[in-house]
Design a protein around this ligand. Structure first.
Ligand SMILES: *Cc1c(COP(=O)(O)O)cnc(C)c1O
Length: 481
């Protein structure tokens, strides 16, 4: 159809999408040098063409509301619409410099969210100021640094990060001014205790972990790890971007962690992808509370106040108090689920992941056996004789209207295919995914070129991904050149 074309391609000279009443005002001529030399390059289309253009563009996009989206390490769960409705209520439309008496309700939400996150994670106090997961990591590491500096423990310049960690972990450590050093993993992806012992010294500021780890396995030696790191004078940082698997069931604070961040835009159902807005609250144990970013929201005698803290804080890390809208969405979600049901998020996300893993392990190579948590990793197809890669499988999934899992991450396997179904998917959806994955495995055996040539049903076919990412053609003018 013609509406598969770009809006510029259906442009007809002189066609208008608007009509304005005749102006009652006198017009003034602009100075010549202010006038443009040629007309602006704008499409000339009818109002209906514009509506169809945007509607069709939206159909070309893929989101969790269009289909299954099992992107590992991203927690692409359903984001209930009520969250949006509440966050966009006019009552929350306010100015950050409004008098405190006029924003008590909003501050109460802020305060309550801090409390709930503390209760869920076992850490003493939260700051909701950081804007994202990686931002939370940086804030957490700045707290770690300030703690050691305040103790005049200035040799501690190294942070231990496992080889399976999310890429933001070593990056944040470096941005915070530390050296990131790698601890080796066991074959099941958990931390190798002997390797850890060798690394521990008075130069270690701390360790960054996530539990379950990036491969979805629970770090069963976590209490021993915590003791070793603490005895060596270091702190434990928990990457809580994906808190789903332990939600309502286990708490990083009880495992011995001192600092953590949580991604509200993953675990607590704010839509994500495409750059935000997000929120990465940071929680700490009691003796680190004084380092939290400024300002803080507190409750004093039934009144909510905002306090600028000066003494030990690492300083201000965001405009005002972070992304309030995301906090309201998370708070709405927390209350909708309710304390008594929180554990089901953990249980169902783990059940769904294990069901997929066990159903597909005859077709896809499962390097780490045993019960996983909310996600797991295949190392490509078992049958590699036709050289069908993880990338080929991912591209073929697009033809079946499934968003591909995370590919080639974590780096510890050559053909990583990392699947995270989340708790909001029904058994029917998951069964359909399993069926499609089995069909693709069969295609890879019988008609490998079909899989290698995929996708066929998408707007664009296989791109040179590096060029597409580095030099995207997103303007009509780019296409003309
Ligand atoms: C998503 C993610 C992050 C980073 O969060 P952003 O909000 O994208 O900065 C960090 N660690 C893990 C494990 C993640 O999955």
């Amino acid at each position: 159809m013609y509406y598969d074309k770009l809006i510029f391609e259906i442009s007809k000279e002189g066609r208008k999408g608007f009509s304005l009443p005749k102006s009652e005002f006198t017009s003034h001529k602009l100075e010549n040098e202010l006038l443009r030399k040629s007309d602006a390059l704008l499409p000339e289309v009818s109002e209906l063409d514009v509506v169809r253009h945007y509607t069709n563009v939206s159909f070309k996009n893929f989101g969790v509301e269009k289909g299954f989206y099992p992107l590992g390490s991203c927690t692409m769960k359903y984001n209930p619409k009520v969250n949006e409705d509440i966050a966009s209520m006019s009552e929350f439309n306010m100015h950050p410099y409004q008098p405190l008496e006029s924003v008590q309700g909003t501050l109460e939400i802020y305060y309550e969210t801090q409390k709930i996150l503390s209760e869920l994670s076992g850490l003493h106090t939260y700051s909701l100021n950081p804007y994202a997961g990686a931002h939370g990591e940086l804030v957490g590491l700045m707290i770690m640094k300030k703690y050691h500096m305040d103790r005049n423990d200035l040799l501690r310049t190294k942070v231990i990060v496992p080889d399976s960690a999310h890429g933001t972990n070593p990056a944040s450590a470096v941005v915070a001014g530390f050296e990131s050093i790698e601890v080796v993993s066991n074959s099941d992806g958990t931390v190798n205790i002997d390797s850890l012992k060798e690394l521990l010294s008075d130069e270690i500021a701390g360790i960054m972990l996530t539990n379950p780890n990036t491969i979805g396995m629970f770090e069963k030696d976590i209490l021993e790890i915590a003791k070793l790191v603490h005895d060596a004078g270091g702190l434990l940082y928990y990457d809580g971007a994906n808190l789903n698997p332990i939600l309502g069931l286990a708490r990083p604070g009880d495992m011995g962690f001192d600092i953590m961040h949580i991604n509200l835009h993953k675990t607590f159902s704010t839509p994500h992808g495409g750059g935000g807005p997000g929120s990465g609250p940071v929680g700490v144990v009691e003796h680190l509370v004084k380092y939290l970013p400024s300002p803080v929201v507190k409750k004093v005698d039934d009144k909510f106040i905002i306090e600028d803290t000066n003494d030990s804080t690492i300083g201000q890390v965001s405009h005002f108090y972070g992304n309030m809208g995301v906090v309201i969405k998370a708070y709405t979600y927390l209350l909708t689920v309710g304390k008594e049901n929180m554990g089901n998020i953990g249980r169902f996300s783990v059940l769904n992941a294990n069901y997929i893993k066990e159903s597909l392990k005859d077709d896809y190579l499962l390097p780490i056996k045993g019960i996983c948590k909310h996600e797991f990793v295949f190392d490509g197809l078992i049958d590699k004789s036709e050289h069908v890669t993880t990338l080929d499988v991912a591209k073929r999934l697009l033809d079946y209207d499934v968003h591909p899992p995370t590919v080639y991450f974590p780096l510890v396997f050559k053909e990583s295919l990392m699947i995270e179904p989340t708790e909001t998917e029904s058994k029917d959806t998951i069964d359909e995914f399993i069926k499609v994955m089995k069909i693709i495995a069969e295609e890879a055996r019988n008609t490998p070129d079909l899989v290698k040539g995929a996708p066929y049903n998408t707007v664009v076919k296989r791109l040179d991904e590096a060029t597409a990412a580095r030099k995207p053609l997103v303007k009509y003018r780019d296409l003309l050149e």
